[in-house]
Design a protein around this ligand. Structure first.
Ligand code: SF4
Length: 344
């Protein structure tokens, strides 16, 4: 079988690729989604799929056409029927046509994965196009793995979009319209999800984490001080402690991330990034901002995670507060730089 799979985005492709590969089928991904709005969102989804397809070594074809103008002109007179009247048929027809012209004998789509899509219509439309182009349609109800795929996409650190794609779906999601509800019956049986990453606030015996916290901050006195007043968070990867963080309250509006450390064997896997995202989610409703103090070497990391506003520098902090010189790779830590994440 030479399978072309219309692919709407990386997160939706995860479970579909895994399932097909388990069946011994190697799909070629076909990106054609000109309806995504705005263009920055289109680029984010496209580039995420490019990176993920390279990572999992699956062939991917990108038809890089951005069609906001055409989408609006073709849907504006009947916005509520836009999916079935224009969006599904446009994308699916392009996939069957490409398959026909390029030697693929079978087509499927990741649209069959989403519980938010009109599954029965997509199935029927694919059957119609299969007849029209003389190309087989591979039907799978990928929805059973919706939560399994979602969990893996999250753990892979993929860009997880908040709405289906077009400008109208963005409005549906933001204003929590009825159209944004899952289109699936409540007794549908999904495959169970096994979470390999669990993050939680940990109140049990903080002493046991001191050795690890000292890897990020070698002053036992300082670590013990902020551990006493702070909140400790642990991230377990497959039941193994992989990352910890300590956050203290500075005042009614500001919290500070005082320590963040990943166990050596888990470094470079994006776990600290997940921890920071969790901390933002945890504090954003009750506080206005989170700050972090860092040595020069780690500024790019924190800025990339969202601490994008420079606050202040404390000159000679690492000289004045530590008995021994501190080196981070080949750079001596001297000044402390503060950056913040604004929750507004
Ligand atoms: S809601 Fe989704 S499927 Fe429907 S028109 Fe918008 S992007 Fe297409």
């Amino acid at each position: 079988m030479k399978l072309l799979m219309h692919t709407c985005c990386a997160p939706c492709s995860v479970y579909c690729i895994d399932t097909l590969r388990k069946e011994g089928i190697e799909p070629t991904l076909f990106w054609y989604n000109p309806n995504i709005h705005p263009y920055s969102e289109y680029v984010a989804r496209r580039d995420c799929l490019k990176a993920y397809s390279e990572k999992v070594n699956v062939k991917a074809i990108f038809i890089d056409e951005y069609g906001f103008d055409a989408f609006c002109k073709n849907t504006i007179n009947n916005i509520s029927s836009r999916c079935v009247n224009y969006c599904y048929p446009l994308r699916l027809e392009a996939t069957f046509k490409y398959a026909k012209e390029n030697g693929y004998d079978t087509v499927t789509t990741t649209l069959l994965y989403s519980i938010y899509q009109n599954h029965e219509f997509i199935k029927k439309e694919c059957e119609r196009l299969s007849e029209k182009y003389g190309i087989d349609f591979l039907y799978r109800d990928f929805r059973v793995g919706y939560y399994v795929g979602h969990q893996k996409a999250y753990e892979e650190g993929l860009y997880l979009q908040k709405y289906c794609g077009c400008i109208f779906s963005e409005e549906d999601a933001l204003l929590k319209h009825e159209n944004n509800k899952p289109k699936i019956s409540s007794d549908y049986k999904f495959l169970p999800v096994e979470k390999s990453i669990v993050i939680k606030k940990n109140r049990e015996n903080p002493e046991q984490y001191i050795k690890l916290l000292l890897e990020a901050d070698p002053s036992e006195r300082l670590v013990r001080d902020y551990l006493k007043e702070g909140e400790l968070f642990t991230l377990y990867y497959k039941n193994d402690l992989a990352c910890i963080a300590v956050v203290i309250k500075l005042d009614e509006e500001i919290v500070e991330l005082k320590n963040l450390v990943t166990v050596e064997k888990y470094r470079g896997q994006g776990l600290a990034k997940k921890m920071i995202k969790y901390l933002f989610d945890n504090y954003k409703t009750a506080y206005k901002k989170m700050i972090v103090g860092t040595s020069e070497n780690n500024i790019p990391f924190y800025v990339k995670q969202g601490f994008d506003k420079y606050e202040k520098t404390i000159k000679n902090f690492f000289i004045d507060n530590y008995e021994e010189e501190i080196w981070d790779e080949n750079l001596q830590c001297i000044d402390m730089y503060y950056y913040s994440k604004d929750f507004n």
